[in-house]
Design a protein around this ligand. Structure first.
Ligand code: SAM
Length: 319
């Protein structure tokens, strides 16, 4: 009988999570073939548990049993869980599981309209680096679409508002412009570490801010807001849109990347994620975005797909 869910996918995610957080993956990443006893010693863990998880990680394909009962990390495991690069999804996998802690509280949200007070502070490193993982093509696409839309207005200065570790700001900076990254102070500490790890450390100005209070002083040629409108409710978004207008120069562009309700196949589920994670967040309609943009004074509103992401890009211009 066909089930409604793919149980194996859920189990795979949780086994990968356990493998990363317990240290088993990193113990193997040092290279060589290790017996379960050696892995257990390295992670200071229980032998029976390590052995069972090693076989489960092998079942997922990230670990190989090379000689009898000796284990290595596979190439797949290395590129997806350890090495920097386009396939790395280490932090995203951890983040998926953290998210589900919140999803388990949905019945409480249904009853009371908000999640119970959270015990754990958000893990800024995992969250910030999740944003920077995967989807490199989509990120490059977004940057080139923003520049094409702005043309012939040159983008010499840009602001990445709520830009997390600066993965988009650095792509703009590589095009030769001056990029300013604003986010909360804790996230900018992680951004500093992330940017230092980049092959050619880009010159990006870090500006701590609460963008619902104020933005770094402009004028900017472009303000980019990726996945931030879904965190807040309509009143905050309307005010933020106006705040962005005020820091743009004439001809400057606002670029918003997010899930748009009528267009994104992920809209309904993503709205649930915002329900468990935020007080007023959600997935907004195209009409709402147009309304906020026009009310702020923007013109030439354009909504287009970010291919293969379920995300849309909304562009508009300050006259
Ligand atoms: C979902 S992440 C998006 C990151 C990045 N823009 C992207 O699209 O990949 C949202 C970011 O906005 C930041 N943020 C949320 N509320 C903020 C606020 N009021 N002021 C400044 N930053 C904020 C968070 O710290 C986080 O880095």
């Amino acid at each position: 009988v066909a089930s409604l869910i793919e149980r194996r996918e859920v189990e795979k995610l949780l086994v990968l999570h356990a493998g990363i957080v317990s240290g088993i993956v990193d113990a193997l990443a040092e290279g060589g073939a290790f017996a379960a006893e050696e892995v257990a010693r390295r992670v200071e863990g229980d032998l029976r548990a390590c052995r069972i998880l090693l076989y489960a990680l092998a079942d997922v394909g990230v670990v190989d049993e090379v000689q009898e009962a000796r284990f290595t990390l596979t190439a797949l495991g290395r590129t997806h869980l350890v090495d920097p690069g386009p396939d790395l999804e280490r932090h995203s996998l951890l983040h998926q599981v953290t998210k589900f802690r919140g999803w388990l509280e949905l019945p409480h949200v249904v009853k009371h309209g908000a999640p119970p007070p959270r015990r754990n502070e958000r893990d800024t490193r995992t969250f910030g680096r999740t944003m920077a993982e995967g989807g490199y093509e989509a990120m490059d696409h977004v940057v080139s679409r923003c520049l094409a839309y702005a043309d012939p207005h040159p983008v010499r200065t840009m602001l990445d508002a709520g830009g997390a570790v600066g993965h988009i700001a650095l792509r703009f900076a590589r095009q030769g412009g001056r990029a300013v990254l604003c986010d909360r102070p804790a996230m900018l500490e992680e951004a500093e570490r992330f940017l230092r790890e980049q092959p050619e450390e880009p010159a990006i100005t870090l500006a701590p801010c609460d963008f619902n209070e104020s933005l770094p002083a402009g004028p900017f040629d472009l303000v980019y807001l990726g996945n931030v409108y879904h965190i807040y409710g309509p009143d905050s978004n309307r005010a933020l849109t106006k705040r962005v207008y005020d820091v743009l120069g004439s001809g400057g562009v606002i670029a918003i990347r997010d899930f748009v309700w009528e267009r994104s196949h992920r809209a309904a589920m993503f709205a649930v994620n915002m329900l468990q994670a935020t007080e007023q967040g959600g997935v907004w309609r195209e009409g709402e975005y147009r309304d906020w943009l026009l009310a702020a004074g923007f013109q030439d509103v354009m909504v287009e797909e970010v291919p293969h992401t379920g995300n849309q890009l909304i562009l508009a211009r300050r006259p």
